[in-house]
Design a protein around this ligand. Structure first.
Ligand SMILES: *Cc1c(COP(=O)(O)O)cnc(C)c1O
Length: 367
């Protein structure tokens, strides 16, 4: 059968699946994973809970994952001084799926979603897959969002969704709460209503003075804050993302999700991990220090470095960034070639991994 007989949607023809290269190298600093895996104690506890679950796998899981939602609500209240209940929480297989649910419920044909670039490269895919029109406006100096530009953009576009990552990927830039408030108000002025989605995948790494948008949930009915257990929680392999929002929004997402989308195993792993949140997040403080050291070091080497509230650092600029990326890879260090031309993104790893990265970069650029 010739390929042209497959009735693929025209806009998907010739498109490569999204994903960073999964290359087996000694130092992997390309997808912002937490380099510290779970301890023996956590492994034992999770294994025990999963074993209990396996005995009941002939049954469908709790469709509303109530225990997990309660655990997530507790965590977010504790971590970000929030005041949410389990009815304000939604979860799915990674925050990528949470975001897709938002687009399924609030985007769609004839509707628009807005973001400010550079930003996360998956956003346009949610829009494409839900037939939502994707509209971007540039970020300003230092990858910040200019409030006047944003207000005008939202009023001109009249979107049903505004999506902003804070801290932003790939730049690491966090939004001041004042900006989030302006965006939420501007979204609220859209005639047919508009949600402001703040993607806080990296929130736990934010610096002391950077608050979370979770603190604004009571004030803005159209605000949604998404989180994930993939980064700070060191659970990328478990696939668990979540959000906090008003109950009306959460109830709308229950309509578009597939039934039983969160497996009993996923629910058990995530709930157990949440009970160990203190230990799992203990490494976050260390990674923050490592991040700040890396920013200082790159700056001292003469690079432009974006201020980072995340577990990665965006730096540049290189006349030929691909050559630098390739040179690092040849030395066993995998980082990410993404965002504006000339810039590179490196995840924060262990002290040994950071040394390997620095040594390799000095070698590559000294050639
Ligand atoms: C890593 C990341 C996510 C998390 O995706 P998961 O599906 O939860 O693993 C979400 N948003 C941004 C901006 C990210 O960088």
């Amino acid at each position: 059968m010739s390929a042209s007989r497959i009735p693929l949607r025209p806009e998907l023809q010739g498109i490569e699946p999204y994903g960073a290269p999964q290359i087996d190298v000694p130092v992997t600093l390309n997808v912002n994973e937490n380099p510290y895996g779970p301890s023996e104690k956590i492994i034992a506890d999770v294994t025990q809970e999963v074993a209990k679950t396996v005995g009941g796998l002939n049954r469908y899981p709790d469709r509303d994952f109530s225990a997990l939602r309660a655990g997530l609500a507790d965590f977010i209240n504790h971590e970000s001084a929030g005041s949410v209940t389990q009815n304000n929480i939604w979860a799915a297989n990674g925050s990528n799926e949470v975001m897709l649910h938002l687009f399924q419920a609030f985007g769609g044909p004839g509707r628009k979603a807005v973001t400010f670039t550079p930003s996360y490269s998956m956003y346009p895919e949610y829009a494409r897959d839900t037939l939502t029109q994707w509209v971007t406006y540039p970020r300003g100096d230092n990858f910040e969002i200019d409030i006047d530009v944003a207000r005008r953009a939202i009023s001109e576009t009249q979107p049903s969704l505004v999506v902003v990552a804070s801290p932003n990927n790939p730049t690491g830039t966090a939004l001041p709460l004042a900006t989030v408030k302006h965006l939420a108000r501007a979204a609220d002025e859209v005639e047919t209503g508009c949600l402001l989605v703040v993607d806080e995948a990296y929130a736990e790494f934010r610096r002391e003075q950077t608050p979370s948008a979770v603190t604004l949930l009571d004030e803005f009915q159209n605000l949604v804050v998404t989180r994930t257990m993939s980064k700070a929680f060191a659970l990328a392999g478990a696939r668990l993302g979540y959000l906090a929002a008003g109950t009306e929004i959460v109830n709308a997402l229950r309509v578009v999700r597939l039934p039983y989308h969160l497996s009993a195993v996923t629910q058990a792993v995530a709930s157990t991990a949440l009970r160990h949140s203190e230990e799992l997040l203990a490494h976050v403080a260390q990674l923050r220090t490592e991040r700040d050291d890396l920013v200082s070091w790159l700056t001292s080497q003469g690079y432009d470095v974006a201020p980072s509230d995340a577990n990665f650092v965006f730096f540049g600029s290189f006349p030929n960034r691909h050559e630098v990326w390739q040179g690092l890879l040849q030395r066993g260090v995998l980082i990410r070639e993404t965002g504006p031309d000339g810039w590179l993104r490196v995840s924060v790893g262990t002290p040994a991994e950071m040394s390997a990265f620095k040594n390799a970069l000095v070698e590559v650029t000294g050639e």
